[in-house]
Design a protein around this ligand. Sequence first.
Ligand code: NAD
Ligand code: MG
Length: 396
Amino acid sequence: MAEDERALPPQGVVVLGATGSIGASTLDVIARHPQRYRVAALTAHGRVDELVALCLAHRPQLAVIGEAQREAQLRERLQAAGVACRVASGAAGLLEAAQWPDARVVVAAIVGAAGLMPAIAAARAGKRLLLANKEAIVCAGTLLLEAVRSGGAELLPVDSEHNAIHQCLAGAAGRNGLRRLILTASGGPFRQRHDFAGITPEQACAHPNWRMGQKISVDSATLMNKGLEVIEASWLFDVPRTQIDVVVHPQSVIHSMVEFGDGSVLAQLGTPDMRTPIAYSLGFPQRIDSGSARLDFLTLKDLSFEAPDLQRFPCLGLAYQALAAGPAASILLNAANEVAVAAFLARALAFADIAAVIAQVLDGTHPAAPDSVDAVLEIDALGRRRAHQALAGRSA
Ligand code: NAD
Ligand code: MG
């Protein structure tokens, strides 16, 4: 760190979804740099005890619990633990955290469309937005990017593939002669499995390379995660779907690539550890220590590649189809997927039927492209209603 930087006060960081997997990785990186960063606000959905433990360790100015009925309990526990901070709850609390005046950085690490409003609020408030919550940009690409522009915010992708592409493009000039983006996919736990009957949530959540929240773990197992990432990449880098390819790379060492017209391909490599893209996004354009293990080329076995199997993993094809069909289709796709994955996790839907439910929802008519956040939420609600109808009549 340069001498003059050391003199600056640490930057306030808000972590939306602090009790999750990305939240934990973010807090780990922040704790490595107490002179650069301090935790300004932490939010969680319903886990009061975990949130209190994080508040005790990181001493935020604001603690928010999404489930409003737990606010009193949170207040009590914080007091008992000797943590003096402001307490808030519900949608208003999440928005307060996202716009916290004393913070420069907001990490959007809530899972699902539930993270959309706070992500947009942080963008409008001109924060540096570290976007992990891919569902937000899948549902509201135009509106989120417009909020970033109008708010004078800065968006840095935390999703490892998009973070890799951001690194390979190295700014606007890096797009010169861009031919295609190549997103790598691990292939998930069922890459080599052919019979999907009887797959349990435990099996689906046992990802070979990454430890993540349950929803994204199931998405990785169906390849919907890659589908959402294709849509995310299209918005973030303004690249049409015809220039976004997916290649299965089981080792998860190459996090994604960019190919240029002269035949050059740039890749970003590293051990599979989300602290790397988080540290890149926090520090950008500086490089800061992330705590991740170094890549040892001499102990790496293979780097192998194969085409994704769209027959066994139809969710990836459905996402390309939704991207082609326009913004409302992406919202329907995401909503149907959230409902179907929740049903699978609750053992009320078979793994192979996740794609069937989504396909059924996309088969219905598509509303016009949304021109407001309210319109996005309406289409999201429509997708959820249709998905629940599709669920009725199916069982695990
Ligand atoms: P997780 O399930 O571990 O954590 C989710 C967090 O969001 C928790 O803190 C939870 O309390 C909060 N939350 C959940 N529902 C909420 C609601 N309705 N309102 C408010 N808060 C709510 O998930 P994760 O694996 O950390 O993933 C978070 C986001 O980051 C997802 O969008 C995921 O796709 C994305 N992402 C995750 C990884 C990873 O390695 N885990 C990698 C890339 C992208
Ligand atoms: Mg990813």
